[in-house]
Write a protein that binds this ligand. Structure first.
Ligand code: HDE
Length: 704
């Protein structure tokens, strides 16, 4: 046989690739560096770079170069396909298994990387090193809705998850909270009940990501400890404007322990720098259709534009007494919060989100939070909800991430040295050395050693009262209404109207009359006016309830979202133009808005570039795509009337947004709207932009 018989005409030689391979993987973005632990301490025994795609040539999973991935291997050009086609089978098999089970709750989420910088204020109450002054700790934060599936809309009415992973030098600390400080249930054993009630009905699997249906309202009206949480859900908190504008709460009471073993009880709070703001219900509904990814996009866009979201972490501190109660509030009852008037939130550090994930699946989907990821200086309490969560979060990852080694996934890897004795199992990627993963041992020199006294995690030796085993709860958990009443009484009038409208909508979507009647009985125990409003909407009589309280409690100011002013950085403002708009006016508007860190979005009749006299401007949004939901305010500099602009302005007006216009642009507003609060018309465009910025500080113009 001559060597020529092996030549394949026209094919490049496998030994002389056309392009030389780069010797390193892609250069990581600076902000991503912290994601991977240093090699020497990595439990997986390799740098993240090893796992990145390398080279420029397409290969099999085993690294063999491929010349064709578009055609399967066939017996002749017209088939059949041969079983021998290893590339086809590898490609399709991998594809067939691309999906993992979505989270049973909080399936829909968005996440970002950032950094937490402590101010040192907590140094005297905890030994946690990441809370020492000026210590910076990388974080990964995932926000989520609770009920919907992975592909559901962002803006549905729901509680939002706010889970933070602190990659501290002493191990990973997860603060797995919500944007609502109270929970539906007091005991973890009820979690499957509330979730089964909230998820779509098992027969038709509808509705998706909604609480407006019979089973949800059936449960929360029978199980009245859910009343306070349901009130928060039906309030504007249930439809946040942005993840950047949500508070976060640890919900449970935690125990901090200092170097001397002294303890305090705390509740964690995240306070957003931009303030707490919400959508209005119509916006939430429009967004669910027009832009189901509204919150996900908002978070990513803000970070990309440099408007880094920021929160202050604060704690309410309570003495660790045997009763574990404060001012009559049982600190172990997760359906209760402590009003800030009684215990101020003391800032202990600031978190800034600075970069978006590189790969959604690898990071946002595979991140595994767990309230049991604790570091020395932070311990749990006996809150029965928290106790149950300490079991659930590890357990769920076994089916979601396929085994016990999910901690080795890059996003879950601690940034502290890991030296455990956990071995083998599905998806083990570490190459452990040594022969003695047991203690005591002599073969590995006794290694790993236990931490010196006081240097490791402290399980606070809390005394346990002499008692009997029982399936029960303390009588201090019996009050189901006082905090719902406090919450309602603390809302401004417009927020109370929104809440009544939400109850009316949700209960109006229920079919079962007895459920609606029971809901009214619950509301009668919260507030008579609220009950009357909802009853009127449902067309049902107001129930008479013997034990209803008639006095409204004194309001707690921190519970209302309205009445303050906030920074405007990172807010979106549409600057609406057409071919006749003067380039000078547009420049003036862009400059004035941009000077405040606002993101001005030029909105024009068509995409691409728009010629304005001698200059051209790049268009951000077109009349066809622009809806009010996307903008926090609108500035109209148009010269021609257009129905789409009129709709945009009409929506912005209805949604309480600041509107500015020059005289020509104001023609797109209805004459009546022009005279209303929050609408500023002037040919001095700088003045118009300035007024819009001022109005934006209060988020909405509620006086309309
Ligand atoms: Fe969760 N919860 N939860 N939860 N939770 C999960 O863990 C659970 C509760 C919260 O972005 C699951 O990894 C039980 C309270 C957030 O990945 C699961 C109980 C609070 C996230 C689970 C609760 C939360 C979860 C599903 C009652 C606020 C998303 C997937 C005892 C303080 C984390 C997963 C992320 C996720 C169980 C109650 C917040 C099944 C049993 C209270 C933010 O383990």
């Amino acid at each position: 046989m001559s060597t020529n018989e092996f030549d394949v005409p026209g094919a490049p030689s496998a030994l002389t690739p056309e392009k030389s391979e780069p010797t390193t993987g892609p250069v990581p973005r600076l902000t991503k560096e912290d994601q991977s632990g240093p090699d020497r301490i990595s439990p997986t025994g390799g740098a993240d770079g090893d796992r990145r795609q390398q080279g420029e040539t397409l290969t099999t999973a085993q690294g063999a170069r491929l010349g064709d991935t578009d055609h399967s291997l066939k017996a002749g050009p017209r088939g059949p396909v041969l079983l021998q086609d290893h590339h086809f089978r590898e490609k399709i098999t991998h594809f067939d298994h691309e999906r993992i089970p979505e989270r049973v709750v909080h399936a829909r989420g968005a996440a970002a990387h950032g950094v937490f910088r402590a101010n040192g204020a907590a140094e005297n109450i905890t030994s946690a090193a990441f809370l020492r002054k000026d210590v910076e700790t990388p974080v990964f934060v995932r926000f989520s809705t609770v009920l919907g599936s992975r592909g559901s809309a962002d803006t549905v009415r729901d509680t939002r998850g706010f889970a933070t992973k602190f990659y501290t030098d002493e191990g990973t600390f997860d603060l797995v909270g919500n944007n609502i400080p109270v929970f539906f249930i007091q005991d973890a054993i009820k979690f499957p009940d509330i979730i089964h009630a909230g998820k779509p009905h098992p027969d038709r699997e509808i509705p998706q990501a909604q609480s407006a249906h019979d089973t949800f309202w059936d449960f929360v009206t029978l199980h009245t400890e859910a009343t306070a949480h349901t009130m928060w859900n039906m309030s504007d908190r249930g439809i946040p404007r942005s993840y950047r504008m949500m508070e976060g709460f640890g919900v449970h009471t935690f125990r901090l322990v200092d170097g001397d073993g002294k303890t305090n009880l705390v509740k964690f709070h995240w306070k957003p720098r931009l303030g707490v703001h919400s959508l209005v219900w119509e916006e939430a509904q429009i967004a669910a259709g027009v832009d189901p990814d509204f919150h996900r996009r908002d978070l990513a866009d803000a970070i990309e534009s440099g408007a880094y979201p920021e929160w202050t972490l604060g704690v309410q501190v309570f003495p660790d007494t045997p009763e574990q109660e404060f001012e009559g509030i049982d600190l172990l009852d997760p359906t209760k919060f402590v009003p800030e008037e009684l215990a101020p939130v003391q800032p202990i550090g600031v978190m800034t989100l600075t970069s978006n994930p590189t790969n959604f699946f690898a990071e946002t989907e595979q991140v595994a939070f767990h309230p049991g990821h604790l570091v020395p200086g932070i311990d749990v309490t006996d809150d029965p909800l928290l106790q149950g969560r300490l079991f659930s979060y590890l357990d769920t990852q076994l089916s979601r991430l396929g085994g016990p080694n999910f901690g080795q996934l890059p996003i879950n890897r601690p940034h502290a040295p890991v030296n455990d004795m956990l071995r083998d199992g599905m998806h083990q990627t570490a190459v452990h050395d040594g022969v003695a993963p047991y203690k005591p041992n002599s073969l590995d020199g006794g290694c790993p050693f236990t931490a010196a006294p006081g240097a490791g995690f402290v399980d606070v030796p809390v005394p346990i009262e002499s008692t009997t085993k029982q399936r029960t709860k303390p009588s201090s958990f019996d009050d189901h209404f006082s905090q719902a009443r406090l919450f309602y009484a603390s809302l401004s009038e417009v927020e109370q109207q929104h809440l009544a409208a939400a109850y009316s909508f949700e209960l109006g979507k229920c079919y079962e009359q007895p459920i609606k009647e029971r809901a009214l009985e619950v509301l009668a125990r919260v507030d008579a006016t609220l009950c009357e409003q909802v009853a009127a909407s449902l067309g049902l009589p107001v129930p008479s309830v013997d034990d209803a309280e008639s006095d409204r409690p004194a309001p707690s100011a921190a519970l209302s979202q309205i009445g303050q002013e906030w920074p405007v950085e990172g807010r979106n403002v549409a600057v609406v133009v057409d071919e006749g708009t003067s380039a000078d006016s547009l420049d003036a508007a862009l400059e004035a808005l941009g000077g405040h860190g606002i993101v001005p979005l030029v909105t024009a009749p068509h995409g691409g570039k728009l010629a304005l006299g001698d200059s051209t401007v790049t268009v951000s949004r077109t009349y066809d795509t622009a809806r009010s939901i996307e903008f926090d305010a609108v500035v109209a500099l148009t010269t021609e009337s257009d129905a789409r602009v009129a709709r945009l302005l009409d929506e912005a007006f209805r949604h309480g947004k600041a509107i500015g216009a020059d005289q020509a642009g104001a023609a797109s507003l209805s004459p009546a709207d022009r005279e209303k609060p929050g609408v500023h018309v002037d040919d001095d465009v700088r003045e118009v932009a300035g007024r819009v910025v001022e109005l934006l500080r209060s988020h909405r113009v509620w006086q309309r």
